[in-house]
Design a protein around this ligand. Structure first.
Ligand code: PGA
Length: 248
């Protein structure tokens, strides 16, 4: 069976103690597991994870290479801290920190310079979907984010419809996207990538994110067009994240 890629996006949650006990519990899995942890924990967690072939990801990177940019973390620093992957273009960064497609494009370039695999997040919000703009938004984010980037075999795309991300939902019960919506968007993304990168596009994996849980993981990860999952809320507890890893 095809190995799936499962990424925990811890966001700004979990302290060092909880993070350590989480990774101590993790076992090498049949699927590829990546933990997107806060910057400050990366070198500490790396020591624990290295022996389990579990990789680390940053949650953000500076669009600048180096210099007088107080508070920023460069791609090189991420690399030195043990990060092989990095999230970029997450909807929370776009929404709360006004990240534009242009900035995201710069960040992807910085990551590729240091051979860090970008986990490039794209996806429409509720309003855009309501206005029938889903495919237009996906196309715009994808083409602008990957502008001037040649044949990126080492990149992951995460389709994360903003309306399906648990923290953007108001009600108590959270919903992921329907399987048919996920498949439709992933196929659309695949076709755009094919136009951009011809046969190299086949190497680019497409993950889904948005309320992936132990209850729906098997169904979502079992979809033909889904190469993995980016998990937020359900990655904060070892038991639920472990159940997702083990679901396929
Ligand atoms: P969620 O978050 O799984 O809590 O919906 C996913 C994400 O924000 O990456």
């Amino acid at each position: 069976m095809n190995q799936k890629i499962i990424i925990a996006n811890w966001k700004m949650n979990l302290g060092l103690k909880e993070s350590m006990s989480f990774v101590k519990n993790l076992k090498s899995a049949q699927n590829k597991v990546i933990i997107a942890a806060p910057f400050t924990f990366l070198p500490i967690l790396k020591k624990e994870l290295v022996k389990k072939s579990i990789m680390l990801a940053g949650q953000n990177v500076s669009a600048f290479k180096a210099g007088a940019y107080t508070g920023e973390i460069s791609a090189k620093m991420l690399k030195d801290a043990g990060s092989r992957y990095c999230l970029v273009g997450h909807s929370e960064r776009r929404f709360y920190f006004q990240e534009t497609d242009r900035m995201i494009n710069q960040k992807i370039k910085r990551l590729l310079e240091y051979k860090i695999c970008p986990v490039f997040c794209i996806g429409e919000n509720a309003q855009e979907r309501g206005r029938g703009l889903t495919m237009q938004i996906i196309k715009k984010q994808l083409t602008l984010g990957l502008k001037y980037i040649k044949g990126p075999a080492r990149i992951l795309i995460a389709y994360e419809p903003v309306w399906a991300i648990s923290t953007f939902q108001k009600g108590k019960v959270k919903h992921s996207a329907r399987p048919e919506d996920i498949e439709e968007a992933h196929l659309f993304i695949k076709n755009i990538l094919k136009k951009m990168y011809k046969n190299k596009a086949d190497k680019i994996k497409i993950l889904y994110g948005g309320t992936v849980s132990p209850q729906n993981a098997k169904g979502i990860l079992g979809l033909k067009e889904v190469d993995g999952a980016l998990v937020g809320g359900a990655s904060l507890k070892f038991s639920s994240f472990n159940a997702i890893i083990k679901s396929v």
